[in-house]
Design a binder for this molecule. Structure first.
Ligand SMILES: [Zn+2]
Length: 317
């Protein structure tokens, strides 16, 4: 084989391998997909493309493909976040035990100052809105709710629910009545404050918050205690005081670099940041200083260092 043939052979081989790797990526559950970015070659780029495909795949149901870029630009410009079933769908796709169903409603949380921008975009896409007060469980965090509906040519309809936060979109996420609502997609990140529960398709009820919101709990096994847990709590103990920044229980995945789309340029991959884990200091996780706790009690029979520490301390009190 001469040099030209060799070059041709090598580049043909790498294109072929990338096609196979892209196909492998499309079958992986979320956590394995994110581990794949450490594989050699173009795997980081392949993981980027696959995460984008999954996120765009959900948005596309509500916003025609041509408008997805405008939609993500507006998420970015208005610090709006996607919540609820759409985020769980992305996180549970290809999960070996839990098959998520494509959500019928897209929930967004934004601030009052950004409502006009969203009304403008959604009405240009054929949506009509009605205004209502939030469900009881969201009243502390949500000022008003706008329900957008669009009827398609085939007679079916799609719905977007815009939750207008009293303070920040992050506060709406944290104010969820169960841990199932504590997942979000921002214009650059996928954030899960309870990843172990989310990937088990389980949720814990937040004590003292009434669960009357079907959107927050649809399709998720919801428990009022962790007595059935089979592993020690670690960072996931329901008694642990949590906060949105520097929190070692959260999983934060970066799916797109913090830049606005420019023309037809490919989206950039943020190689410099930690794409899996909790070390990413982001604008989003610093946007509110709230802290929260799932419960005052831990019933985990397989062990909990938080509870043991508390009990040993109480002997001296
Ligand atoms: Zn515990």
């Amino acid at each position: 084989m001469n040099l030209a043939q060799q070059v041709l052979h090598t580049s043909f081989q790498s294109i072929y391998i990338n096609e196979i790797l892209s196909m492998v990526a499309s079958y992986l559950p979320w956590t394995s997909l994110y581990r794949m970015r450490f594989w050699p070659g173009d795997c980081a780029k392949i993981v980027q493309a696959e995460s984008r495909r999954r996120i765009f795949g959900v948005i596309e149901r509500f916003v025609a493909l041509d408008n997805i870029r405008n939609f993500v630009d507006l998420l970015h410009a208005t610090d709006t976040i996607i919540l609820g079933a759409a985020v769980r769908y992305v996180l549970l796709l290809n999960h070996p035990a839990h098959t998520p169903t494509m959500p019928s409603v897209l929930e967004l949380a934004t601030t009052e100052a950004m409502v006009d921008e969203w009304e403008q975009l959604l009405s240009s896409l054929g949506y009509e809105s009605t205004e209502r007060y939030p469900e009881a469980s969201y009243k502390n965090r949500v000022k008003i709710v706008l329900d957008f509906e669009r009827v398609l040519e085939d007679g079916t309809s799609t719905q977007v629910v815009l939750l207008v936060a009293k303070t920040s979109p992050l506060s709406v996420m944290i104010g969820s009545p169960t841990t199932a609502g504590m997942n979000a997609i921002t214009s650059t990140l996928v954030v899960s404050f309870y990843p172990r529960l989310t990937f088990a398709n389980e949720a814990l009820q937040i004590e003292q918050v009434a669960v009357d919101d079907p959107l927050a709990t649809a399709g998720v096994a919801t428990f009022d205690s962790n007595s059935h847990w089979e592993r020690p709590c670690g960072s996931y103990c329901p008694t642990k005081k949590r906060k949105p920044f520097d929190d070692d229980g959260a999983a934060i995945y970066c799916w797109r670099k913090d830049v606005i789309f420019e023309g037809d340029a490919e989206l950039e991959w943020d190689d410099g940041s930690t794409l899996w884990g909790n070390q990413v200091a982001t604008h989003f996780t610093y946007s509110d200083t709230l802290s929260w706790q799932v419960s005052n009690y831990c019933d985990n029979s397989s062990g909990c260092s938080y509870r043991d520490k508390l009990e040993s301390r109480s002997q001296y009190l």
